[in-house]
Design a protein around this ligand. Sequence first.
Ligand SMILES: [Fe+2]
Length: 333
Amino acid sequence: MNILSLGYVGISTDRLDDWLDYGVNLLGLQQVDRSRRGVAFRMDDRLQRLHVEDDGLEGCRFFGWELPGAEALDHAAAELETQGIKVNRGYPALAAQRRVADLIYFFDPAGNRVELFHEAQVADTPFSPGRAISGFRTGPLGLGHVVLTAERIEDILPFYRDVLGFQLSDYALRPFKAFFLHVNARHHSLAFVETGRKGVHHLMMELMNFDDVGQGYDLATMRSGNIGATLGRHTNDFMTSFYSWTPSKFMVEYGWGGREIDPAAWQPEELVYGPSLWGHDRTWLDDARRAEAREMRLDAARAGRRERVQVLEGNHSVMSGQCAWWDAMKRSG
Ligand SMILES: [Fe+2]
């Protein structure tokens, strides 16, 4: 199966007004299509990326993964049915709601609703962010990544790897068990954290500019109890980010500078220094694991672990003066 990227996410809430405030004023999403029951948000040229519905619940309702076209969608449905998975298809009204040409849906072994679609609708007006940010890094990398919690990762991983074709990026066994999977050059579009219960851990959104993240961090720290993990940098995708709590009791990771991988040449490995090079003090961990995570970061620091900054063309300047001797040599011709 040729999944291209994470296309859209559906969210449940019983606090729609709080979502509007959080989505627009903190994340910088563009509000569209407000109704009594729900609100849709844009984050790029597409008509909608997130759909939040007031259904009295908390968490995510569905995850939409993009396929290249109608033929790929038919092929995926047939493949899933061959493997004994009940596939629901043929819902033009639902496709219209999702703002896509067509979709199918089914459930993973943990009961998460997975949707496969093709051809998302594009808006005829430019993206207009809710606050003054430079925009989100999406395109072929998709809207970001989603991290699910699992009772036991072994029970759910084969479904995504063997049936849906996700590829393993890497994994950690301490301070908590986590597996990271990719479908494109984004280091991971999906991951699982073993917490002993199923649910959604976080959604990641990647900003185009580092200061968008820092200014978002300021805004999040002004909201009482809103920080889920402090500013820090990940060992595997090199993202500098912080985590804040959404009104639906999962987190959004708000980041900058994620690396791109070459899926054809990628070799998975164990993350022995834990998930972060520095920072990311996790308020959601119990005291023992939080202390273990801190120790692992100190080990990474003692070992001098560091990674190059990943930048986009046009949002950085190259410095001179890296070596006074060499610069003097160049000047002297
Ligand atoms: Fe993440």
